[in-house]
Design a protein around this ligand. Structure first.
Ligand code: MN
Length: 184
């Protein structure tokens, strides 16, 4: 996550943990992320991957964008300063932060050729909508890879393990609209 504001992520984690009155042990149990890692993130010493952030967001029952953009932000175009690089090479950029009245957040995802990004289950009831803008990608659900090319879209329950990959020769660009069944 080269460009991300790491200390802001740590501050958000600390704030949401304090609101719940949860210890680092409790967050570790709820999220499936080690206490040591959580401590490093809170102190701004560690660079969480997108998949780790997803686990934290899920355990705290929060939208992913709570950790990636300022509260109340009304972004209308992706900004390079907000790009988050996954360990796999996937790049996630917030487009619209979560709005409780609307129940969704939206990201631009870039999948360079050769990318394989694995995701653990998100919180119960989370639904993703992938819309392929450019290039080709595959989505794995229930162990089955589903091919998607530009102009195609899929909606799927994301409270199960899933993965994205790009085995084509060119980068893929995708919109990911994520619905949450809660409004925090
Ligand atoms: Mn996902």
């Amino acid at each position: 996550m080269m460009d991300a504001d790491i200390s802001a992520i740590g501050r958000h984690l600390k704030k949401h943990r304090a609101e719940r009155g949860w210890s680092l042990d409790r967050v570790a149990r709820e999220c499936g992320v080690s206490k040591a890692m959580l401590g490093q993130i809170e102190r701004g010493e560690s660079t969480p991957t997108v998949s780790t952030l997803w686990k934290i967001a899920g355990g705290l029952r929060l939208p992913l964008s709570r950790f990636l953009v300022a509260e109340g932000s009304a972004l209308q175009r992706p900004r390079s300063g907000l790009r988050h690089h996954d360990a796999s090479g996937m790049i996630v950029t917030p487009l619209f932060a979560f709005d409780p009245a609307l129940g969704f957040e939206m990201f631009v995802i870039e999948l360079p050729r050769g990318t394989l990004s694995e995701s653990a289950s998100h919180a119960i009831g989370v639904i993703e909508h992938l819309i392929v803008l450019e290039g080709e990608m595959e989505l794995r659900l229930d162990g089955e890879w589903q091919f998607l090319s530009a102009g195609e879209a899929v909606r799927f329950p994301a409270d199960q393990p899933h993965a994205y990959r790009n085995q084509s020769r060119a980068s893929a660009r995708i919109h990911d609209l994520i619905h949450y069944p809660f409004s925090s």
